[in-house]
Design a binder for this molecule. Structure first.
Ligand code: PGA
Length: 261
């Protein structure tokens, strides 16, 4: 079984002070969550505070985005090296808000992915279709295009550092969650693409997170799917108790252990 990953995407929420207060509460809750990897992605301005607040725990810190150049006249941008230096181990790449609100292209996402890998960060690459693409039966084509263009040409060791997140755009921040079987089918397709592009072994080791209105009320059913290796949580991750409850519901966690006694 692949080890579950429960990741928080805080988007443009939480100051440094709010980040510290989240960790004050979350660290004690996280001590019973050894069955999964816990990743938190605060805004750039709170990364250092989060790294400091997570020190000595198993909680890992991620950026939400990066720029692919190392340094230079790129006003407003932050490089992979800068993110790594703060103490982050991960970065999101190609989140749907970056693609659809800020117009990021597959090519830009590929460059970001390469820059992240070169700086020693593990990229969490987000893919997913819009509602109109799903309604037009284009989900497979969209996932294939996004996978093939952003995840092309990596070595096997590079590919092994990637986490993938399937986030149907119509489910993000809308309260509409994909059903577990619909999400599992998309994950299965992504795993097949990984097997074609790399190898069966790499695809079996690849962890694919589901994202889109994940909450404590729906996380257990989603995470029970064999194809779903974790969750990328937006809104519900802002509350330490709700985020811990989602992590708790992952296979191998305290909820499952209680059920089996
Ligand atoms: P949501 O966001 O959980 O608020 O839908 C998920 C995401 O955007 O990563």
């Amino acid at each position: 079984m692949r080890r579950p990953v429960i990741a928080a995407n805080w988007k443009m929420f939480k100051t440094q002070a709010e980040t510290r207060s989240f960790f004050n509460r979350f660290r004690s809750l996280a001590s019973s969550l050894r069955h999964c990897d816990l990743i938190i992605a605060p805004a750039f301005t709170a990364l250092a505070a989060a790294v400091e607040a997570a020190r000595g725990s198993e909680i890992l810190i991620s950026a939400q985005d990066l720029y692919w150049e190392k340094e230079g006249a790129w006003t407003g941008e932050v490089s992979a090296g800068m993110i790594a230096e703060v103490g982050c181990r991960f970065t999101l790449v190609g989140h749907s808000e970056r693609r659809h609100v800020f117009g990021e292209t597959d090519d830009q996402i590929h460059r970001k992915l390469r820059a992240a890998l070169a700086a020693g960060l593990a990229p969490i690459v987000c893919v997913g279709e819009t509602l109109s693409e799903r309604e037009a039966n284009q989900t497979e084509d969209v996932l294939r295009r996004q996978f093939n263009s952003s995840l092309t040409g990596l070595t096997a060791p590079e590919f092994s550092r990637i986490l993938l997140a399937y986030e149907p755009v119509w489910a993000i921040g809308t309260g509409r969650t994909a059903t577990p079987d619909l999400a599992a089918a998309a994950h299965g397709l992504l795993r097949e693409l990984a097997s074609h592009a790399y190898s069966s072994a790499s695809s079996q080791n690849l962890r694919i997170l589901y994202g889109g209105s994940v909450k404590p009320e729906n996380s257990a059913a989603l995470l029970a799917e064999e194809e779903i290796d974790g969750a990328l949580v937006g809104g519900a991750s802002l509350d330490p108790v709700a985020f811990a409850a989602i992590a708790k519901s992952a296979p191998g966690g305290p909820l499952e252990q209680n059920r089996s006694v």
